[in-house]
Design a protein around this ligand. Sequence first.
Ligand code: C2E
Ligand code: CA
Ligand code: CA
Ligand code: CA
Length: 279
Amino acid sequence: AKEHDDRQYVYYQEDMHKGFEEEYVLENYLRVAIENEELFLTYQPKQDLKTGKINGMEALIRWSHPKLGMISPFKFIPLAEKTGLIYQIGEWVLLEACKHNKRLQMQGFDPLIISVNISAKQFNNKEYLLSTIDRILEETQLDPQYLEIELTESVFQNPTVVKPILEEIKQRDIRVSIDDFGTGYSSLSYLKLFPIDVLKIDRAFIKDLLENEDDQKLTQSMIDIGHGLNLKVIAEGVETAEHIDVLKTMNCDEVQGYHLAKPLTADEFVDFLNNNKSR
Ligand code: C2E
Ligand code: CA
Ligand code: CA
Ligand code: CA
């Protein structure tokens, strides 16, 4: 037994890179993050390019750990997906986001659409996902037309499971947006197979839009595909006024990005709306 233990120890020391232990520690912290109120949502506005109006916002999760500081969702969302914590976190995000949107409406602001990121993994359990959505809409009394879910192309790897779920979601009048459009590996045929309302062009195409002719052609093509299928098209990662000008000439419908605003806390978002109104 001693020999075995030693071998395990050596294995641990040499082969298990630091990342594994770090992940293990992080997982345990994440388990209690909701109860300890370390998670919060930020909201990044979306703007309609034709009217100039703010017409929506995306909920983006943040984790502020008392010792580790801010931890990026790029780090803990994949961990939450791997460990199953995404169900609990996803539920919390949806509730907070719907509450925030309802609160803004109660305060008298023009109704906005709140977009919530849903992981592919959350589609694994149809009944759970749908009953969670129904319960939260009921609890917050948010009109479903002001809720949008953002999903990535990865969900379409499982068409027989995902299609009926999206159809149920559409029946409730909730909008469906394809996030990071253009970066996945799936065929475009899903655009006609699934009930989709919005294409969200990934930041990768917008970043060098001014200089890179290929990005210009790809972006214009994605906008044309979207419009050909009666979908709205939004560009993410819009950082400059020049980006806006180009996207306007390309007939893009909406923009989101640092040029308009970084993701804002709930209070900052209210200030943002007030400042925007008086402009
Ligand atoms: P995403 O859904 O593609 O979100 C856009 C990311 O780009 C956000 O990063 C946002 O802060 C950032 N961003 C927005 N405008 C700009 C810009 O002009 N320039 C640049 N460089 N970046 C911009 P964030 O907030 O760190 O989120 C990272 C990713 O984590 C998200 O990518 C999404 O995949 C995931 N995520 C965030 N919140 C949630 C959540 O509540 N649930 C799930 N399942 N995933 C989430
Ligand atoms: Ca998103
Ligand atoms: Ca995105
Ligand atoms: Ca992206």
